[in-house]
Design a binder for this molecule. Structure first.
Ligand code: ATP
Ligand code: MG
Length: 721
């Protein structure tokens, strides 16, 4: 048997991990040390040498993209198809189990998965119907509360009655939300995991079956598993030593969403016969990038402690660019990418990583203006766009009449004369009689209390859905989608819409038909689901595959969170500013600040060849203008590892490690209107006025070259002439 392809490209520690006899294993190692590679090769080894069947193997990854990559890598190592392997995210795998065993999971066969936007809408509506004031009970907070309970495995019925009024009200909403979801056959993301766990826990035969089936279970990015995910792994591996996990405590970045770094310790306790293997050589980055990342993370406390090394050579120094605003920042980054491409580099080897999704817009605009293909992961997702959601809502209703979220979404879109009053009446009947909105609409029609016109409009809507279901039964999926966007007049609606990007919406609907045509039914289907249901689930679960196709060479844009596990030759870590990165909410809280620092470590260690760090001296974000200070993380980088870039010349005067330049004086007394000053970047100018005091003190200057600007005195590098 030829195993060279599996083990030749591994170092000793990696090889030891891949070829170890079956036992519980923890691979604890820093970024880029080959953890994911070990996991993939381990699976190949189990199949090729251990004689395991592909279907006895499960591997859990963090994103759909990672799962796809993993499958492709195993296929190319072994030259066999991998559709029998269960590789996916926790959510994806839980969903598969629930589809297979819907009845045992106490779910209707046609249950629909809601993404977090759908969930928020359902919660909003629920709060309204309970007469909760939105301003006192922000729907997002309620959503957060409910999901946090579910992530801990706690149902409303498990929560103790308390005297705390706030808690009592939350509990009430949680209960009502559970009832509503049950009634409508809706399952949110957190529910997938919780319900999946309950399914296995409460059905011993089923559990035994899956315990016997999955002889090997592997988990990538183990540091970011939450309580319910870990409980789930424990159930499946109960009494056995077949859990193989890889992770890095320094890359734990989902604490805010309930991930428990302690699971690494729990693992060691719960699987006493486990073996720990540490990998210390980094194969991804240059020496300089690695040093910068190591220096940053060294500021955190309570680390498990490991130092990475590389024999890749020092490489280029990291670069720092101080932009004067967010547009200049985007301009700079896009120009560097263009230079990279002009020198023969691939666009897909470059990534712009940001802390918050809202930052992407500036970069998108500059990329578009220069006709540079790009792709945004997360955030602006294709399946999240209003026109797509409308089309999907019709499809969902065709599949499940009780899907209230969809019903409400399209009952009057396009407008068909069903007014707010009628919709309110439907809601009220639904609430009073515990009916779905669909059933309530029928009740309302039969009451004959509405005007003939309104009644006809409502009947027309119900008949449209029914007719669509019947006449599309035998059509191919894409024909179904096409028929729906046409017959519902959605296509017509956007064709007529001159403003508000109607044309783009039409294209998006066409793209939806196309997505349905390309949908790989065979690969996704194992559970006997209808093609339509599979497609709808795919739309809800697919996080972040937006524009462009997989094969086009395009610049990659994503949050640092979604870059976890990935690598790019050229990385731009942008918006390195206090209040943005680290985020405003984290600056006063040590634990959260350390999580931000780990996020910074994750971002930096994505870079293979070159790392650029940028910040803006003034930034307009969420409609507000601010004058942020450079991120503290920049100051944690030793000066010799970083050099500041100027647009035309590169100066080696390192500024990152120095404190912000002390202002000439902190009092307004040091500047007077009419004074001549010099600024490093903007050149010579005249002071016009001064306002604010202390850290907020600002000065308005009329620069000869760039015109009038407001600068924060604490950071403006000004010399009086
Ligand atoms: P992260 O913590 O970011 O998820 P990781 O530890 O999972 O990183 P991998 O993505 O598996 O690391 O590997 C990082 C890079 O190093 C990949 O390009 C991989 O192919 C390469 N690599 C890993 N091990 C070796 C090796 N022994 N020889 C050559 N290249 C290797
Ligand atoms: Mg990895």
């Amino acid at each position: 048997m030829d195993v060279t392809s599996i083990i030749d490209s591994l170092n000793d520690a990696q090889r030891q991990a891949v070829t170890a006899p079956s036992q519980a294993m923890l691979i604890l190692a820093g970024a880029g040390s080959g953890k994911t590679r070990v996991l993939v090769h381990r699976i190949a080894w189990q199949i090729q040498v251990g004689g395991s069947h592909a279907h006895s193997i499960m591997a859990v990854t963090f994103t759909n993209k990672a799962a796809k990559e993993m499958k492709a890598r195993i296929e190319s190592l072994l030259n066999i198809p991998t559709h029998n392997l269960w590789i996916g995210t926790f959510h994806g795998i839980a969903h598969r189990l629930l589809r297979r065993h819907a009845a045992q999971a106490k779910l209707p066969e046609t249950f629909q998965v809601m993404d977090s936007g759908d969930q928020l809408r359902v919660i909003k509506r629920l709060l309204n119907s309970l007469n909760f004031d939105d301003s006192k009970w922000p729907p997002r907070e309620v959503q957060w509360f409910i999901n946090a309970q579910k992530d801990e495995g706690i149902r409303a019925k498990h929560m103790l009655e308390t005297n705390d009024l706030h808690q009592r009200q939350m509990l009430l909403v949680y209960k009502a939300y559970e009832e509503l979801c049950t009634r409508s056959g809706l399952v949110d993301f957190a529910e997938l995991l919780l319900r999946g766990h309950e399914l296995l826990r409460d059905n011993p035969d089923l559990l035994e079956f899956y315990q016997a089936r999955f002889r090997h279970i592997h988990v990538d990015e183990f540091q970011d598993t939450n309580t319910i995910q870990y409980a789930w792994l424990r159930l499946l591996t109960d009494g056995k030593d077949n859990l193989f996990v890889v992770g890095d405590d320094d890359q734990s970045i989902y604490g805010w969403r309930g991930a428990k770094i302690e699971n690494i310790y729990n693992f060691q306790k719960h699987y006493p016969n486990h073996q720990v293997i540490k990998l210390e050589q980094n194969y991804r980055s240059t020496g300089t990038i690695l040093k910068v990342a190591n220096k940053i993370i060294a500021n955190n406390t309570g680390r498990m402690g490991k130092e990475l090394w590389t024999d890749a050579g020092e490489g280029e120094p990291c670069s720092l660019y101080a932009a004067f605003n967010e547009q200049d920042e985007a301009y700079f980054v896009v120009e560097r990418i263009r230079t990279w491409v002009n020198n023969g580099g691939l666009r897909s080897d470059t990534a712009i990583l940001y802390r918050s999704n809202a930052q992407s817009r500036q970069f998108e605009e500059k990329l578009m203006a220069t006709a540079t293909p790009y792709r945004v992961y997360g955030g602006l997702r294709f399946f999240d766009r209003a026109e797509i959601k409308n089309a999907l809502a019709y499809l969902r209703l065709m599949s499940n009449r009780d899907d209230d979220a969809s019903f409400e979404r399209v009952i009057n879109t396009p407008t068909r004369g069903i007014g707010a009053k009628a919709i309110d009446d439907i809601r009220e009947i639904a609430r009073d009689q515990s009916l779905s909105l669909w059933a309530a609409a029928i009740v309302l029609i039969n009451q004959r209390t509405m005007s003939a016109r309104a009644t006809n409009a409502l009947i027309g809507f119900l008949e449209l859905i029914k007719a669509l279901s019947v006449e599309t039964v035998d059509l191919e999926l894409y024909e179904k989608v096409k028929r729906v966007v046409e017959k519902t007049r959605l296509m017509e609606l956007y064709q007529k819409e001159k403003m508000d990007k109607g044309e783009e919406k039409v294209e998006n609907l066409e793209e939806l038909v196309n997505a349905a045509r390309l949908f790989n039914f065979d690969q996704e289907n194992e559970e006997g689901m209808s093609e339509l249901d599979l497609f709808l689930t795919h739309a809800a679960l697919e996080s972040g595959d937006s524009q462009g196709d997989d094969f086009e060479d395009c610049v990659q844009l994503m949050t640092i969170h979604s870059a976890k596990g990935l690598e790019f030759k050229l990385v731009f870590l942008v918006g390195m500013e206090e209040g943005l990165f680290p985020s405003q909410q984290s600056v006063d809280d040590v634990a959260r600040l350390e999580e931000e620092r780990r996020l910074c470590y994750v971002g930096m260690t994505r870079a293979m060849k070159q790392l650029y760090l940028t910040y803006a001296e003034s930034r307009r974000l969420y409609g507000r203008e601010s004058y942020p200070r450079p991120s503290r993380f920049l100051r944690e980088i030793p000066a010799e590892l970083i050099q500041e870039v100027r647009l035309r010349a590169t100066v080696s005067r390192p500024v990152a490690n120095s404190q912000p330049k002390t202002p000439i004086s902190t009092s307004t007394g040091s500047y007077k209107a009419g004074q001549r000053v010099h600024h490093d970047k903007f050149g010579e100018g005249i002071v016009l006025q001064i306002e604010g005091s202390g850290a907020q003190e600002r000065v308005q200057i009329n620069f000869k070259q760039v015109g009038v600007k407001w600068l924060m005195l604490a950071y403006a590098k000004l010399d009086v002439l």
